[in-house]
Design a protein around this ligand. Structure first.
Ligand code: G6P
Length: 369
């Protein structure tokens, strides 16, 4: 392979550890004193964004999960309604087109057949305000959109996407703030606050990566499990989904993700001592709600593995394992919380001896239907 592994054992591990640099490169646009601008998305962006009343996000796989996080950000900060749809569903559905929608397609490769077809479908329906968030500059998807944002993750070789995902989130953070600014929803003080958090993000991610030895120990216990349940709330629900997807992809352990509030509407029936429950527990406004969900799990004998921010105050006890995240990171917290889940899947896969970089039956770029 043209890309060297260096000191790493697998591309997935290398790519997980490249995330601070990938984020710094992707966020270079706002380094120094530069502020948020629609021009990050191309010279035509001011005209394309003008009068946008809705956002429609189309993607597959991990890229779809980035879109789901973006929905929380765009709606709460830019106050624009967002729909996120799996590309293969959208392209065959009788949907109602809206020319005032900004259509955002996200794809690491820029070649995913369903995403490309969904984009063409949206255009055929008269939706011309299109933006690609993509990691490959000359790809098919990038050639089809009015605007583009190229994430600078560098080549991603591991089939399971890692650094592409976090750089997609960085791109969406910039998009959220650019739309908010155009909408008059971002005052100077808030812009400065968000910029500071974004500029500090690579360092914050680096600190989370240092948790690897602890996560490795958790992975030892996980590898013998057949199923796992991931719980999250709000903007961390898509992170729970991404954690479950990663675990399935590389360790072949069956995993499902639920919005924690849905637990009582079905999955609680699955909980017993053989079903580990992984909880994403940021110290945000939903923490107290999540804690009561976790008690429901404990009361049924379920073993809990909790990724808790500093300040979450969830005590370690019999059957409750806590991994302390270095800090709570506000809006961008999903970027930090996905990192330990990537590491957990990677190490569970190592224990199981699967082909981490090329899991069975999967392809890096799915160019067929
Ligand atoms: C494949 C890959 C996934 C990826 C998905 C979408 O399934 O294995 O890692 O998330 O395609 O790919 P894209 O290149 O469009 O982001």
């Amino acid at each position: 392979d043209a890309v060297e592994l260096g000191l790493f054992k697998h591309y997935m591990q290398k790519e997980i550890f490249e995330q601070p640099q990938a984020l710094a490169n992707t966020l270079e646009l706002i380094s120094g004193g530069a502020g948020i601008s629609p021009l990050h998305f191309g010279a035509r962006a001011p005209e394309v964004f003008d009068g946008v009343r809705r956002v429609l996000i189309l993607a597959c796989g991990t890229s779809y999960h980035a879109g789901l996080v973006a929905r929380y950000w765009i709606e709460s900060i830019a106050k624009i309604p967002v729909t996120v749809e799996i590309a293969s569903e959208y392209r065959y559905r009788d949907s109602v087109p809206d020319a005032d929608s900004l259509v955002v397609v996200i794809s690491q490769s820029g070649e995913t057949a369903d995403t490309l077809a969904a984009l063409k479908h949206a255009k055929a329906l008269g939706m011309d305000r299109t933006l690609a968030i993509c990691n490959v500059p000359e790809s098919a998807i990038v050639r089809e959109t009015a605007l583009r944002f190229i994430t600078r993750a560098g080549p991603e070789i591991g089939v399971a996407s890692t650094k592409a995902f976090t750089t997609q989130l960085a791109a969406f953070a910039l998009l959220t703030l650019a739309l908010a600014k155009l909408n008059g929803r971002l005052n100077d003080a808030d812009e400065e606050r968000h910029l500071t958090a974004l500029r500090h993000l690579p360092v914050a991610v680096q600190k989370v990566l240092e948790l690897e030895p602890e996560i490795e120990r958790w992975a030892q216990r996980f590898a013998s499990k057949e199923h796992a349940l991931f719980l999250g709330r709000g903007r961390h629900w898509p992170i729970a989904m991404e954690g479950a997807l990663k675990l399935k992809e590389v360790s072949y352990i069956h995993a499902e993700a639920y919005a924690a509030g849905e637990l009582k509407h079905g999955p609680l029936a699955l909980v017993d001592k053989n079903m580990p429950v992984i909880a994403i527990a940021p110290a945000d406004e939903l923490l107290e709600k999540l804690k009561s969900n976790l008690q429901e799990v404990r009361a049924r004998g379920g073993e809990l593995y909790v990724f808790a921010d500093a300040g979450s105050e969830i005590p370690e006890s019999e059957g409750v394992h806590i991994l302390h995240m270095p800090e709570h990171y506000g809006m961008l917290s999903p970027v930090l919380h996905v990192i330990p889940l990537q590491l957990l899947s990677y190490h569970a896969a190592l224990v199981k001896g699967t082909d981490v970089d090329k899991p069975r039956n999967l392809a890096k770029s799915v160019t067929v239907e």
